[in-house]
Design a protein around this ligand. Structure first.
Ligand SMILES: [Zn+2]
Length: 325
């Protein structure tokens, strides 16, 4: 009898406490997930820049977008949404800065502020196309991350001595970023050679391009009609000197001297940081890094975010003596 009574008491206690435990857990989970998916941030007023006139290169149409929603399309096109949130925030602030710099210093386009081509201005993708390219099970999470990284940094941009910086960025620095003087000419005090370790874990870090001797001759002749090479000569291809970041500064191919950047373009290499080897009938290029290498490295930003850096710290790692307004 006593045992039965104790059992009844135990069951009653269990019936009262279990729902409390579960309900408590459930409401906490619900609260956290609501906070994560729908945060609200104060929207910045960009004054004259509130509306961005975006030129679509494929159609020639100009679309007008609010500044931050324009950046959703830039960040989601420029950086994988699977990256760390702080890396995405750094990308959002840098893309915003790049946009402001382009507009303030004169757009390349007559009736638009900026275009959607990464070869000309910076990449942009519509929400519809972006969502369609993500797997269905990550669509909502990824889009919320993109919106969050832009909205949580709304209005913030990078300045040097009070002025917006020319915020270049690229995919993978191959370990060291490059000075703009070695890519396009010109120099900016905030763009220096910066080291980041850990980028070797990303696809863009190392690649190879093989060019047959015949192909090499054809490609060189297309650019230099007087090109000549004698593959039986030692040093028929030679790297002459390297830049501060160990990219090829100048090289000689046959009777032509050219920069590493030019060789990169002629042979379609991912970066100007390369070595080569002639094996029988083929010239093999082993390439490190992806992109021009100037400014913020996107892969490097993800590495630094994984190490616990905030987006402000990531930006200050890649651009020297800057402030984030
Ligand atoms: Zn453009």
């Amino acid at each position: 009898m006593k045992k039965i009574l104790m059992y009844i008491v135990f069951v009653i206690v269990l019936m009262i406490t279990m729902p409390i435990v579960f309900t408590d857990n459930f409401s906490k989970t619900e609260q956290t997930s609501t906070q994560e998916t729908t945060p609200t941030y104060e929207k910045a007023d960009y004054g004259d820049l509130n509306t961005i006139r975006l030129l679509h290169q494929d159609t020639g149409q100009v679309e007008e977008l609010d500044f931050d929603p324009y950046l959703y399309g830039v960040v989601s096109s420029e950086m994988p949404a699977s990256y760390e949130l702080e890396a995405l925030r750094a990308q959002a602030v840098v893309a915003r800065t790049y946009t402001i710099y382009k507009i303030v210093n004169g757009s390349k386009h007559e009736n638009a502020d900026i275009c959607d081509s990464s070869l000309c201005c910076q990449a942009w993708i519509s929400k519809e196309n972006r969502l369609a390219r993500w797997e269905e099970n990550v669509r909502e999470e990824y889009w919320n991350k993109i919106v969050d990284c832009v909205d949580s940094t709304s209005g913030r941009y990078v300045t040097y001595q009070g002025q917006p910086i020319n915020a270049f960025f690229h995919s993978n620095s191959g370990g060291l970023t490059e000075l703009p003087v070695n890519v396009w000419g010109g120099s900016y005090p905030y763009l220096q050679v910066v080291q980041t370790s850990g980028e070797e874990g990303y696809n863009g870090y190392s690649s190879e391009v093989e060019v047959s001797k015949d192909e090499l001759i054809q490609k060189m002749l297309a650019k230099y009609p007087n090109f000549e090479i004698h593959f039986d000569e030692v040093n028929c291809i030679q790297i002459l000197d390297l830049t501060e970041s160990c990219r090829v500064k100048t090289m000689k191919i046959g009777n032509v001297s050219l920069s590493g950047v030019e060789a990169r373009n002629i042979f379609g290499l991912k970066s100007a940081k390369f070595e080569f080897e002639i094996v029988e009938n083929v010239v093999k290029f082993r390439v490190m890094g992806y992109g021009h290498g100037v400014g913020l490295s996107q892969n490097g930003s993800d590495v630094l975010a994984k190490q616990g850096m905030t987006y402000e710290q990531i930006i200050q790692h890649y651009y020297k003596d800057v402030e984030i307004k």
